[in-house]
Design a binder for this molecule. Structure first.
Ligand code: PLP
Length: 374
């Protein structure tokens, strides 16, 4: 099998699975209990927090473990800006876990403004800045788009926002960006940042919300006061251990120039076969979105699956919804959107496998076209 849907989720690294298993079977104590075995479990959680924080340019106390990035993104709206007055500015390129929250706040009568995307995939920075004023409470801009891999220049955007609206809280959804772009969190200049472990070789069900020191948020969950009182609930100790192990493994094996090379070669290959790459701005290197004219992505996806190639088409979590909001915001017409596939890579992705898969995709697309004509 050639698995090219790593933006949806990744296979768990052996080291991450081992770390989770060790905690489940041996160090399974409640980290909030007071006997020494439990204290050791708590120390392990804090060590994981320190290790993850160090790897991403944050301070340990700035990381809250959550159940997933969807929870982190919801918390941005519900716990960070709930009681603030003012407008919210976001983009048309957000993942649904931000976008649907923006829509929810808008339907409550809050002034929510959406910045357009450029045809090339990144947010139209000047339009975004025009929407921001001294009453802006929150600006949320996705770091790397999950459909196209296009990178928004968050550090520059954050700097420009600060100049215009020093009081605005700046959030970025970094699920497809963390460790996959070179910038660390302290250099990004954001107040809040969301990430998810299952995109980097850890299990599904663990994420983080970065809350920069000095930013006040109300609790996400109320109860026993875990996570500095901000997210009650017994910590998911096995998955926290797995997350830290995955971060370590990812950093040890990631090779951005290899990814960029694979993506570049694929783009050249597909374009030589009459297809076009969607999103031409700077890319993380881990995602490519390609339009294969005349072939519906859904049909192609199932046909190549039968040949051992797994590819994506749009975000996995919006798979049941018709159309594609992000590609449409980039100016693609509905017919082109139906024909867009997404290939996404991981640290173990092999360049020969990828080119093999691309050949299978093109041959299968050709066969589908011939059947349609016949
Ligand atoms: N944000 C982006 C950009 C994503 O790609 C995803 C998942 O695909 C999410 C948020 C949601 O992450 P989770 O599955 O951890 O809720």
């Amino acid at each position: 099998m050639i698995y090219l849907d790593n933006a949806a989720t990744t296979r768990v690294y052996d080291t991450a699975a081992d770390a989770a298993k060790r905690v489940m079977l041996d160090d399974y104590f409640n980290p909030n209990a007071t006997y020494s075995s439990a204290v050791k479990t708590n120390d392990d959680v804090e060590q994981c927090r320190r290790d993850i924080a160090k790897s991403i340019g944050a301070l340990p106390e700035e990381l809250i473990f959550t159940s997933c990035a969807t929870e982190s993104n919801n918390a941005v709206f519900d716990c960070c800006i709930k009681n603030k007055k003012g407008n919210i500015v976001t983009t048309c390129g957000e993942h649904s876990s931000v976008y649907e929250n923006a829509v929810r706040f808008k339907s409550r009568g809050i002034d929510v403004r959406f910045a357009p995307l450029k045809k090339s995939g990144s947010v139209d920075e000047n339009s975004l800045l025009e929407l921001i004023d001294e009453n802006t409470a929150l600006v949320s801009v996705i770091h790397v788009n999950n459909e196209t891999g296009v990178v928004n220049p968050i550090a520059r955007i954050a700097e420009r926002i600060r100049k215009k609206s020093p009081r605005a809280i700046i959030h970025s959804d970094g699920v497809q960006a963390l460790l996959k772009t070179e910038i660390s969190l302290d250099a990004l200049g954001v107040d809040l940042y969301s990430a998810s472990a299952h995109k980097i070789g850890a299990p599904k069900g663990i994420g983080i919300l970065y809350v920069k020191n000095g930013i006040n948020i109300s609790p996400i969950l109320y109860g026993g006061g875990q996570e500095r009182g901000l997210r009650s609930g017994t910590q998911n100790t096995p998955y926290i251990a797995a997350y830290a192990a995955a971060v370590e493994r990812f950093i040890a094996t990631a090779d951005r120039s290899k990814m960029t090379g694979i993506r570049h070669d694929l783009s050249v290959y597909f374009e030589s076969r009459g297809c076009f790459t969607v999103g031409t701005d700077e890319n993380s290197g881990y995602i490519i979105c390609v339009c294969i004219p005349g072939v519906k992505a859904e049909i192609l996806q199932n046909a190549v699956h039968d040949k051992g190639v797994i590819i994506g088409k749009g975000a996995a979590c919006s798979g049941t919804k018709r159309g594609n909001r992000v590609l449409s915001a980039m100016g693609l017409d509905p017919y082109q959107i139906e024909c867009c596939i997404r290939l996404s890579f991981f640290t173990d992705t092999d360049s020969k496998d990828v080119l093999n898969a691309a050949n299978i995709i093109i041959d299968t697309a050709q066969a589908i076209r011939s059947n349609n004509v016949g």
